[in-house]
Design a protein around this ligand. Structure first.
Ligand code: ADP
Ligand code: MG
Length: 348
């Protein structure tokens, strides 16, 4: 059953249309990410779901009820922001209990719920501390506990990991996802970080200039990007111009190599998208091949990253470092194998 629906949502600030015909259906317990570059409208969508911003048009429903015009405190939503928005003058326990206190819950009930939440975030002994006595990662866990304490129907997270250093960020990804699963709470997570979105989400909404370009599983978004923007924004993508030799069989010529893609193409020129990891060193039976010269080689341990000249075009290739293979060298002319089914046709 669809738990949260956003239909035909629009938001303009003056003449600036920042959210355009935004539609989304979220299942109960689902973890959805809004992914896109800075300024594309992610926070604005989230703030409209929370009720901090009213839509210019469109509807938001939660559990079948239209909440579009309700005030934030009537929507039963928990929110976590990028900057630690903890109250600095309150203890951790008082921060976590804040929402329940505002609702007028009895002290004993608040204390029990606070203890439960602190255990959930793995900080059971920290109730008497003040925010400044905690690390950034601990503060964000407390912010999460504070958002969850009143048992919201929906959890909204706006770049909650962006201000943290890399290691903490990765461990908190897993922790947030584990807590979200344990509670089964419907969650919308905003990020500009594709790795965060790919690793955490049930589904991702890729946003671009106020529009949802594609909604899909991480696998779909990466492997079957719906637009050129999605293809370029999520993951690394080589874009190569190819001359179409035979539209029916998908025979194209790219930088001096011939590929048969096995699917119909328009005539003239097309733009092919190739992920660096789609290519392997050496010719393989049944596979298409590209020939080029290595201009750069970065040894990264598990991966060897190459740059090649293919005639007049450039290609980045990531090879797995297998100990059996003799590594290629700069200046080598090499053949690369490609499954033609992998090649993305991202524009004509
Ligand atoms: P994101 O979170 O994806 O970085 P935002 O939703 O914060 O993007 O902003 C989208 C656009 O809306 C930006 O161009 C921003 O300047 C504009 N915007 C956001 N909030 C306001 C506001 N209160 N008044 C005017 N313009 C705003
Ligand atoms: Mg934002």
């Amino acid at each position: 059953m669809t738990f949260l629906t956003i239909s035909r949502l629009e938001k303009s600030f003056g003449a600036n249309r920042v959210v355009k015909d935004f539609n989304l259906e979220v299942e109960k317990g689902e973890f959805i990410s809004l992914l896109g570059p800075s300024g594309c409208g992610k926070t604005t969508v989230l703030r409209m779901v929370a009720g901090f911003e009213l839509p210019s048009a469109g509807r938001i429903t939660i559990a079948g009820k239209d909440v579009s015009r309700l005030r934030p405190n009537h929507r039963n939503i928990g929110m976590v922001f990028q900057a630690y928005a903890l109250f600095p003058n309150l203890t951790v326990a008082q921060n976590v209990g804040f929402g329940l206190k505002v609702k007028g819950a009895p002290a004993r009930e608040i204390a029990a719920r606070v203890a439960e939440m602190l255990a959930l975030i793995g900080l059971p002994e920290m109730g008497e501390r003040y925010p400044y006595q905690l690390s950034g990662g601990q503060q964000q866990r407390v912010a999460l506990a504070r958002a969850l304490a009143p048992k919201p129907q929906v959890l909204l997270l706006d770049e909650p990991l962006s201000a943290l250093d890399a290691k903490v960020r990765v461990s908190l990804r897993n922790e947030i996802r584990a807590i979200q699963r344990e509670l089964g709470i419907t969650t919308i997570f905003v990020t500009h970080d594709q790795e965060e979105a790919l690793s955490m989400s049930d589904r991702i909404v890729v946003m671009h200039q106020g529009v949802a370009d594609q909604v899909g599983t991480p696998f779909d978004i990466y492997n079957r990007p719906a637009t050129r923007f999605v293809a370029g924004f999520v993951g690394t993508l080589n874009t190569l111009t190819a001359q179409v030799i035979d539209p029916a069989s998908g025979h194209v010529r790219v930088g001096g190599s011939d590929l048969v893609l096995g699917r119909a193409l328009p005539g003239g020129e097309v733009v092919l998208g190739l992920r660096p990891e789609m290519l392997r060193l050496g010719a393989e039976p049944g596979m298409a091949s590209l020939t080029g010269t290595i201009t750069e080689l970065d040894f990264l341990g598990s991966v060897i990253r190459l740059r090649l000249d293919l005639g007049d075009q450039r290609l980045a290739v990531d090879l797995f470092n297998t100990t059996r293979a003799t590594p290629p060298r700069v200046g080598d002319s090499v053949t690369l194998a490609l499954d033609p089914a992998d090649a993305l046709v991202i524009g004509a």
